[in-house]
Design a protein around this ligand. Structure first.
Ligand code: PEP
Length: 251
């Protein structure tokens, strides 16, 4: 039985006061439920504050990225031990904005996955095709490449501590959500890659969440799909009301 995950990626948004108010609202109004896991991924500079707000609850906190080296002369980067030390338990890795705006490669994404896991952080490995790749019928090829590369060197025990997010790049922040059946098909492909690399119990047990313009009015159709185990939510996670509706929708 896969427990759905509702994860909010706040990206580079909100003032400190707004971030604190949002975390507090989610804490107060999201009932601690065994039916859905809730995760907040604020900007790195607010991780400490958000971790403190939700520390006595089941709400998890994750970073939006993590560097692969544990320490050193890497100005501006944040390491996995630092993220863990603040009280986080997850890290988003390989988000499409990191891949496409900052040129992150599949290999670097894999290093980040491993660094997160070595420091007790559950990586949320993001994969997704560009619009032109979908139009050129390259979706399966791109997703297979990104998943295989992201999981390089990971054995069966490692992947138990990992979540995959399918986020078609053309649906992120555009208001154009993938059709539930379209998303489900790609989730099914990812599950079959996991089955081939590992085994059925792993492919059946692993959570694969969808991201890309998830809103309160489309979560029901997505979560009803057999292979969709929750949502990674950008814009709609910035307001307590809409994120709470999505959490309920996932449950
Ligand atoms: C995201 O940031 O991962 C995302 C899916 O954003 P949005 O929900 O705004 O499309």
């Amino acid at each position: 039985m896969r427990i759905p995950l509702a994860a909010g990626n706040w990206k580079m948004n909100l003032s400190r006061d707004e971030a604190i108010a949002l975390a507090q609202a989610i804490k107060e109004q999201a009932s601690d439920s065994q039916r859905v896991d809730v995760l907040l991924c604020p900007p790195a500079v607010y991780l400490d504050a958000v971790c403190k707000i939700v520390e006595d609850t089941l709400i998890g906190v994750g970073s939006q990225d993590v560097f692969w080296q544990p320490e050193g002369a890497y100005t501006g980067e944040i390491s996995a031990p630092m993220v863990r030390g603040m009280g986080c338990s997850y890290s988003i890795v390989g988000h499409s904005e990191r891949r496409h705006l900052f040129g992150e490669t599949d290999e670097e994404v894999n290093w980040k996955v491993k660094a997160a896991q070595q420091n007790d952080l559950t990586p949320i490995l993001c994969v997704g095709e560009l619009l032109e790749e979908r139009q050129a019928k390259q979706t399966d090829k791109v997703i297979t490449r990104q998943v295989e590369a992201g999981l390089e060197d990971l054995d069966a025990d490692d992947v138990l501590n990992l979540i995959i997010a399918y986020e078609p790049v053309w649906a992120i922040g555009t208001g154009e959500v993938a059709r539930p059946d379209q998303a489900n098909e790609v989730h099914g492909l990812i599950r079959s890659i996991l089955q081939d690399r590992y085994d059925t119990s792993i492919s059946n047990g692993m959570r694969i969440i969808y991201g890309g313009s998830v809103k309160p009015d489309n979560i029901a159709g997505l979560i009803a799909q057999s292979e969709i185990d929750g949502a990674l939510v950008g814009g709609a996670s910035l307001k307590a009301d809409s994120f709470l509706e999505i959490i309920e929708g996932c449950a």
